[in-house]
Design a protein around this ligand. Structure first.
Ligand SMILES: [Fe+2]
Length: 401
């Protein structure tokens, strides 16, 4: 059996080892030899922002990310600015339009700040595109080489939900800081003494919100086009409160390195959080990105100190004797979880700690999850009700429930 030991020799992982990743994002063994569309990892989450300069600053200050590369007018790209940020194996790219006729600004007018591209690192771009085309996928960019003095990157892109794409990137013959056209840059921000080296090490999952009735269409798309497998599904009472409901199914690549939950709204008494997203984003798109940390307490403390706002969890969540019975022993006392409003869930494989930010932009669309896994491969099913009630309280405050 051939196992994909994704990333063992991948310099993009920096100092996050395969064993660390296995714990951080819950990897499983996988036979890659029969995979029609072998995906190694997330290559980058690519955003469009109304002000990329300030958004890149936000992620450096509030999320502790390091600036590693830049492209823009000063590097021979007159139309846009693009900032490449890293935290462990996670890479964010923040793009903004410079000239008034920039197509990035048209996209921003429609959707606001958000994710335009969930870029995937693959070992054989041509093979993946061939398979995707046979399965009827829309090819946005045919396979092609781009190069500079650091080598050659082979890339292509396929369409997914809404106006989101998956770039496919093979950077095995490239040693530059990101892609040809980018120059190495470093952060000019001075971190406080004693600040953690970084606040997260990897991307755990990226969630897509799709229109009512479209979840199964996109689950099937990831099965057929990209050879993804089912990980979990949450329907019916799993995922409903008194007022609002959604359905969710999770697909992943073979070794679970790349996990894409897909949500659709479900009919309920009031407007679901998914309906709110679809209305304000202007269609289907990426809803939240879960960041894997090995010390969620330190991460939350640092992010709060930088002004990041998290969803609140009521005291009753922590004082419920059923919670204490359900979760058993975890690495920190419940009082500490309560102090930081961190949620905890346990399943047959282990437990996880998680917390969710409020939306980070003007529109009630993109937000973040922090997740610290201890064996659990789940998504915090036991917390859905408490989480959705917290989201409803925020929706109510925005007048969108
Ligand atoms: Fe999540």
């Amino acid at each position: 059996m051939v196992l994909i030991l994704t990333g063992m020799t991948n310099p993009a992982l920096d100092d996050v080892s395969y064993d660390q990743l296995r714990q951080l994002v819950g990897l499983v063994d996988h036979d890659a030899s029969a995979d029609p569309f072998p995906v190694r990892a997330m290559d980058a989450v690519v955003f469009i922002a109304g002000n990329a300069t300030q958004t890149a600053w936000f992620y450096q200050v509030a999320f502790g990310m390091q600036l590693v590369a830049y492209a823009g007018p000063e590097t021979g790209q007159p139309g846009f600015k693009s900032f490449v940020l890293k935290s462990g194996s996670a890479r964010f790219v923040i793009n903004g339009g410079v000239r008034p006729d920039s197509p990035l600004l048209d996209h921003h007018r429609r959707h606001g700040d958000g994710v335009i591209d969930l870029a995937l690192e693959v070992s054989d771009v041509d093979k993946c595109v061939r398979h995707a085309r046979e399965q009827g996928a829309t090819i946005l960019e045919e396979p092609h080489d781009v190069g500079d003095e650091h080598g050659t990157v082979r890339r292509a892109a396929i369409a997914t939900y809404g106006e989101t794409r998956h770039s496919l990137v093979d950077r095995s013959r490239y040693s530059g800081p990101y892609l040809p056209g980018y120059q190495a840059r470093t952060s000019t921000i001075t971190r406080p003494d004693g600040a953690p080296k970084r606040l997260f090490q990897a991307i755990d999952h990226c969630v897509g919100n799709v229109e009512l009735g479209k979840m199964d269409y996109w689950v099937d798309f990831y099965h057929r086009v990209m050879g993804f497998v089912n990980m979990a599904e949450f329907v019916g009472d799993d995922i409903a409160t008194e007022y609002s409901a959604l359905m969710s199914k999770v697909v992943s690549n073979g070794n679970h390195r790349v996990k894409f939950p897909l949500n659709e709204p479900a009919v309920a008494k009031k407007k679901s959080q998914i309906d709110e997203y679809l209305e304000f984003y202007g269609g289907a798109g990426c809803q939240h990105i879960a960041l894997a940390t090995n010390d969620i307490i330190a991460t939350v403390r640092a992010m709060r100190a930088a002004g990041v706002e998290f969803l609140d969890t009521p005291d009753s969540y922590y004082d419920d004797p059923e919670l204490r019975a359900r979760i058993g022993e975890v690495r920190v006392p419940i009082e500490t979880l309560k102090e930081h409003r961190i949620l905890v869930d346990r399943d047959e494989d282990g437990y996880l700690l998680q917390i969710f930010t409020k939306p980070v932009g003007d529109r009630p669309t993109v937000f973040y999850e922090l997740i610290e896994r201890h064996g659990s491969l789940g998504f915090g099913k036991g917390n859905f009700k408490a989480l959705f009630e917290a989201i409803e309280r925020e929706q109510e405050r925005r007048g969108n429930l």
